[in-house]
Design a protein around this ligand. Sequence first.
Ligand code: MV4
Length: 455
Amino acid sequence: MARKKVKLFNKILVANRGEIALRVIRTAKEMGIKTVAVYSLADADSLHIRFADEAVCIGPAESAKSYLNIPNIIAAAEITNADAIHPGYGFLSENAKFSKICRDHGIKFIGASPEHIDKMGDKASAKATMREAGVPCVPGSDGIIDSLEHAKKTAAKIGYPVMIKATAGGGGKGMRMVAAEDLLQKEWDSARKEASAAFGNDGMYMEKFIEEPRHIEIQVAGDQHGNACHLSERDCSIQRRHQKLIEETPSPFMTKELRKKMGEASIKAVEAIRYEGVGTIEYLVDKHRNFYFMEMNTRIQVEHTITEEVIDYDLIKEQIKLAAGDKITKKEHLPKLHAIQCRINAEDPANNWRPSPGKIEVYHEPGGHGIRIDTHVYAGYTIPPHYDSMISKLIVVAQTREEAIAKMRRALDEYIIEGIKTTVPFHIALLKTEAFNKGQFTTNFLEEWDYKKDL
Ligand code: MV4
């Protein structure tokens, strides 16, 4: 993807934990770049500390006092003489203030600029920017709606059902479907209250409600010279409460023509804002294969792995090279294989997905051709209760979708994790469903399938 020789960094501080911290450390090591791990007191036994060249404790278990503690992280970078910081995903990865503070300290933030984070973080203005760039968007309000009256007028114009969304939102918070006008006031008030409490910003916008959509996202990258490329799609339609559970590429719904259109729209988006680094453009795709811009993620994502497997690029390596000034020379990268990722969470799907932290007593990973596991856990490891419940990503790659599904089933059967509850039984059941095997699913899949009886 990026191809010119550039001066790389000497030392990268990884401002994250868990599998993604390890993921970044591994690539940095292969590139001959030194690494610094930071950790909270709850993570003293974590592998990212063992595999990094240096490690600095940045605070107590609570994220707010450690992995979100900007002064302590900057101090750790200065003490260790790190010239770049990789934020991973979550935590400070899309924090404009942190990106700016890194810049002000002469530390390269291997992520988006504060300007790009701000521009895409406000969803109504991100949408306006994308529409301007010629990216298809869901019909709806022109920006923020300032009153209930204005909301009523807009909804009458676009037609029910409508979706009201918080401009500071994303990931579904402060979002409401409204089926008819008599329900508008109630949903309007409750969505605004929720947005105000969650983000301190109750700005709302409105869209036509897209029924039974798919969530298909395009991996993109931009360099510091104005060039952009896309690396095809990922289908992330199967989610629970806006948490992705399984991702695959290519999407079983994709066609050559649609990929070309979505890829070209995504390149236009990156070029229009002169985005630098790796990112993802999320779309809703309706049953007629119309696609609509939803959001842009200005970070490396959990599911970047499946793109790596089918395009044959190390995206963390490309991200580091782009941050160092490397040039993009090829605009379009098409999938050569089929990859699927199951997120293994320490949660009990039979018990309302209750978190299940604790000690892993027995641990055995599947192996063999086409299997990849990205994880920080091991036998005897204790999962702390303070953080995200994802403990492992099981990724398979094969020539066809059918072979990838067969391989994933075999791998899930071999995956032994005892002492805690995990989402492994859920994935085993999911891979038996007719809908998944036929590739016929939408974002409503989990509401329609009574998975508890199949666990
Ligand atoms: C929508 C939509 C239907 N119509 N917008 C959910 C999270 C946020 N990123 C946007 N979301 C949606 N926006 C319109 N106009 C349905 C969803 C949605 C959804 C989207 C992707 C993946 C899973 C989802 C689950 C429920 C709702």
